[in-house]
Design a protein around this ligand. Sequence first.
Ligand code: NAD
Ligand code: SAH
Length: 414
Amino acid sequence: MSIILDAKLAPEGEKKIQWAMRNMPLLRGIEEDFKSSKPFDGLKIALSIHFEAKTACLCRVLAAGGAQVHASGSNPLSTQDDIAAAADASGIDVYAIHGVNSTEYYEHLRKVLHFGPDIIIDDGGDLVNLMHNEFTELIPGVLGGCEETTTGIIRLNSMAADGALKFPMIAVNNAMCKHLFDNRYGTGQSVWDGINRTTNLIVAGKYVVVAGYGWCSRGIAMRAKGQGAKVIITEIDPVKALEAMMDGYEVMPMPEAAKLGDIFVSATGCCSVITGEHIMLMKDGAVLSNAGHFNVEVDMAWLEDNCASKYDARPNITGYVLTNGRTVFVLGEGRLVNLAAGDGHPVEIMDMSFAIQALSARYIVENRGKLSPGVYSVPDELDREVAIRKLRSCGISIDSLTDEQDKYLNSWNL
Ligand code: NAD
Ligand code: SAH
């Protein structure tokens, strides 16, 4: 039933999955728990997450808990075909091929939904959106779902505000053990992994312009600084702009930053952050990339329509020759540079994020019938459980409050 590129790629993909799993102690522990408790026995899970090694590990953990997992990617350029083949060979029903066009990508999402999922695991909101627009007859069967990322939760909140959301969704991204680590340190490392390996250019001494100063951008800026870049931040939120200034970065509007930047990284979740107007101000050789949402942050349509010519400069680098004679270089077609031109976040980071996913999925089953449609936070005790498991896996123990301290902290009249 699956749709994958080539089943013969499975052995290569299996090695990568094994490497990831040996570095994912939290998921391994949860897998053991799930094997005995079988929380998803008889249930169908539809999943759309970047289909690379760590995601395959999550699929297997859910399957170990008794789920029938139907999986697709969440971005056509982040799917790795050898991983899709290996996951398929191990019984996951996979619909994902690297580099498919937008029509095929959405067809793959439809495939995983038409089985009638009990649980939806989404990344960016595409599955939930399709479910509400095209599979309304299957909505009554959905117990709930989990959303992986910031932009997906923004979409869910606006659906809930309009009364359009028809089942409960857990905001996985908002758990402390997700965004504090994944968005900041995960994106911070993997974005530079993607840019460095793709361009093979030096970062030290260059102007790096980071659009946004949210969780992802903080990590991207911090690691740019660590490589010796002169970092400029653009923002629309005055508090975040001030925070960036106090953290030691230059802050200015994009039209000014456009003239200075050597490397641009946008991570806002917003559209048209780098427009044609900005691009025409850029230096010859400027490198443009996106680490935020889909392919909407850099105005790719403007580049396609207005460039004098374009060419493949290197794998994952497109050179756009502008009408002013300068050339700018776009990485990974303006899609998430860390996933389109790299392997995404480090394994240990996804171990934490996917531990929250797996435990949130179990929470939905444990609370079936009790959660009305809406957006729910990950329960604090679950967030703490992931922190405790992570510390334990690192061999780190911490202090506990004594009775005297507990009493002191909880008294107002000493
Ligand atoms: P966030 O809300 O913490 O930060 C976003 C920041 O962008 C905010 O400070 C906001 O004020 C600013 N912003 C919004 N529009 C802007 C504009 N036009 N110009 C300049 N700044 C603007 O969100 P986050 O958690 O950092 O996530 C950012 C995006 O990255 C989201 O789309 C999220 O889904 C995605 N994300 C990507 C990865 C990845 O692997 N690449 C990982 C996690 C999240
Ligand atoms: N699907 C959308 C939404 C952003 S994806 C898009 O492609 O634009 C951002 C999410 O990808 C993050 O929340 C992060 O948890 C996840 N991610 C990052 N690295 C990953 C990896 N190696 N494997 C799976 N998911 C990853």
